[in-house]
Structures are given as structure tokens and as C-alpha cells.
Design a protein around this ligand. Structure first.
Ligand code: ASP
Length: 349
């Protein structure tokens, strides 16, 4: 008897063949786009990011590059393990992001940037493309894994977004791991705060030549044909007044719909919110008949640039096409599809 998984694989294969016969393949444009429309749809696809910004080869030591490459590869493999075992795209996104939150190299979980008051306030969100369910948290200070909390909001609460102390109480009630706020302290991030406060005391932004957005994110298509996206961040160094960026805003920093694509963003949040970046890319596919690559380029390389926003996105569509698009110098990123070798990249070229 044919198993359900085998049937699904057969269906994927037939869908891929139908696409070839329909002759709807397009030649890929842009260096970081993997366009699968001309070939068989992959059984699964996964892309991850660890932030965009002024990331230049000439400023990177060999040790630092190796450390980033190693953790990006580990995160990609953690997600791929889930997808290869026919796990869900949501579980793959969680596997990637929790691993990156635990690494001090990224501005999420351990390693989150400091607020103006010297605290770490984290934001995260997740979205399930199958049913458009979503969960988000903002300004949490005691939850070890903000993305796990976002998932609990999605799965268990009747709400989409919780913030501050209420979100932490919900985390405690759900038995999520609670840590002392000092867990999030890293010397490197604390020194960044000292430097910026001694300098112009601005919120660290894109006009800072050394700026890197260290947010983390993942997007996945699973073997069941379902898309998911997630994003986790400490926000911007020296932020104040309870500032919340784009990362926990469904439609800005994160979006997923099986009708089109899954997107996770990193960059100057105030611009990403106003451009509703993640949803706009999906909407251009749904209503504008654009390919993922065209839609992502339109929003990141045209609209965001015109507005003055910098950063990038990772995305995967419901056929397994991947587009990694950024208008900054670099973006920590990785991608893999079933049957292909994982790819990790950092710089523009
Ligand atoms: N987008 C994030 C924010 O504005 C920052 C980042 O991507 O690192 O909070």
C-alpha cells in the first residue's frame, strides 16, 4: 500500500512535471535567487538569515567569518533535519530560530542588543501559511526563547500579539523557560550601547557605518506543501520608550500564506513597518501575478530604497523557489532544498 508520505511525494513530482509542461519556467535574475519553476518542485525548501547591514569582507576576520558560517550551517541543518523527516515548516522554523537565539553572535535571545535603559527587550513572531494563524510577542525580558513564546501565543492563546509583562505571565503559565534578565547580557552588546551613548545617543540606525542588524529568521516549505515564517530580535541598540520594530509585526517583519510565499525580514524596522514589507511581497504574488523574485526585488530594491530603508528579506514560495534579497552590503544567510547541498553566504558578491 502506498503511504501518505509517498503519495505526497508523488503529488509534488507530478506538480513539478505539470509546471514544466505548462512552460511557465522563468530564467532567474539576481544572484541569490533559486528559481525552481523549470525543474521538479523540491520536496522541501528552507532559508535562514542572521541579519543584514554593513557586512564587508575587508572588515571580517577569518575567525569571525568561520564562527558565523559554522552557526549558520548548524541552524540550517537543524531545520533541514525536521523537513527531511517530513516534519512541519513551523517546527523547522522553530528549530532554526531557537538555535540562533541561543548563540551570542546574533541580536536575538542571548546576544540581544541593549535598550537606552541598559535592559534587553525582545520581539518575535511566527506565522503558519496553512491557516494564516500567527503569534507575536514584544518587549519581553525574561523568556529564554521569544520565538517559542510567539508559537505558544499562536497555538494556545486566543490572541495574535502579547507584549511586556502580560506576555511574560503567559509564558510562565505555559511552562516556558524563564531566565533572569542578566542571562541576555553580553559584553560585546553592552559596549555597543556605551559607545553609542557616548557618541550621539541616537538609536543605532542605518546611517551608522558599522551598523549590522543581527535579527534572525527562517522561512520554510515542508513536504506537506505548507509554508511558515518566523523572526526573532532584540530590536535596535539604544531604543527607548518601549520601541517595537517590524520583527513582531505580522505583515511587516514576518508573513506566510500558502497562496503565495513566506517572508522574514531584517533591517531598519521603522521603514519595514511602513512598507508592510513581508505582506507586500506576498500580495504582489497573489494579486500582481509576480514571481517571488520580482516581488521581493520590487519591495526591497525599489520601494524600500526610495523610502530610505535598508536591510533585506529571505523568502520561499509555495513551489519551493527561494529569494534572498537585500539592499545593504551583506546579509548572513543560508538556504537548502531537498536534494541540494546547503549554501551559506555573508557578503553581496
Ligand atoms: N528589524 C529589526 C528592528 O527594527 C532590527 C534588525 O533587523 O536587526 O527591530
Amino acid at each position: 500500500m502506498t503511504s501518505t508520505i509517498e503519495k505526497r511525494r508523488l503529488r509534488s513530482l507530478l506538480m513539478g512535471l505539470a509546471l514544466i509542461m505548462a512552460g511557465c519556467g522563468q530564467s532567474p535574475e539576481g544572484s541569490d535567487t533559486v528559481n525552481r519553476e523549470e525543474s521538479v518542485m523540491p520536496r522541501y525548501a528552507l532559508a535562514i538569515h542572521g541579519g543584514a547591514g554593513t557586512i564587508l569582507r575587508e572588515n571580517m576576520s577569518a575567525e569571525r567569518e568561520a564562527a558565523y558560517t559554522k552557526i549558520l550551517l548548524e541552524a540550517l541543518e537543524a531545520g533541514e533535519d525536521v523537513l527531511a523527516a517530513d516534519g512541519t515548516s513551523i517546527d523547522a522554523v522553530i528549530a532554526v530560530i531557537t538555535l540562533m537565539e541561543d548563540s551570542p553572535l546574533f541580536n536575538a535571545g542571548k546576544g540581544a542588543v541593549f535598550t537606552n535603559e541598559g535592559t534587553n527587550e525582545m520581539d518575535a513572531s511566527i506565522m503558519d501559511g496553512a491557516d494564516l494563524n500567527a503569534g507575536a510577542v514584544a518587549g519581553v525580558t525574561t523568556v529564554k526563547s521569544p520565538i517559542a513564546l510567539a508559537r505558544a501565543v499562536m497555538d494556545i492563546s486566543p490572541h495574535v500579539m502579547l507584549q511586556g509583562r502580560g506576555a511574560e505571565v503567559f509564558a510562565e503559565e505555559q511552562g516556558l523557560e524563564i531566565v533572569d534578565p542578566s542571562y541576555f547580557y553580553t559584553e560585546h552588546r553592552f559596549q555597543q550601547l556605551q559607545k553609542i551613548q557616548a557618541d550621539d545617543n541616537a538609536i543605532m540606525s542605518e546611517h551608522d557605518a558599522d551598523h549590522k542588524y543581527g535579527t534572525v529568521g527562517a522561512v520554510a516549505l515542508d513536504s506537506h506543501g505548507n509554508l511558515a515564517a518566523g523572526t526573532s530580535t532584540g530590536g535596535m541598540t539604544n531604543k527607548r520608550w518601549g520601541r517595537v520594530g517590524d520583527s513582531p509585526i505580522i505583515g511587516a517583519g514576518t508573513y506566510a500564506s500558502n497562496s503565495s510565499c513566506a517572508v522574514s525580514a531584517t533591517g531598519s524596522g521603522e521603514y519595514f513597518i511602513r512598507a508592510t514589507v513581508a505582506r507586500s511581497i506576498c500580495a504582489l504574488m497573489e494579486y500582481g501575478d509576480m514571481s517571488l523574485e520580482e516581488a521581493a526585488n520590487k519591495i526591497i530594491m525599489e520601494q524600500l530604497v526610495e523610502m530610505g530603508g535598508s536591510g533585506g528579506i529571505i523568502s520561499v514560495d509555495n513551489r519551493g523557489n527561494i529569494a534572498l534579497v537585500f539592499n545593504s552590503d551583506g546579509m548572513y544567510r543560508g538556504r537548502v532544498t531537498a536534494g541540494s547541498e546547503p549554501v551559506i553566504e555573508i557578503y553581496r558578491d
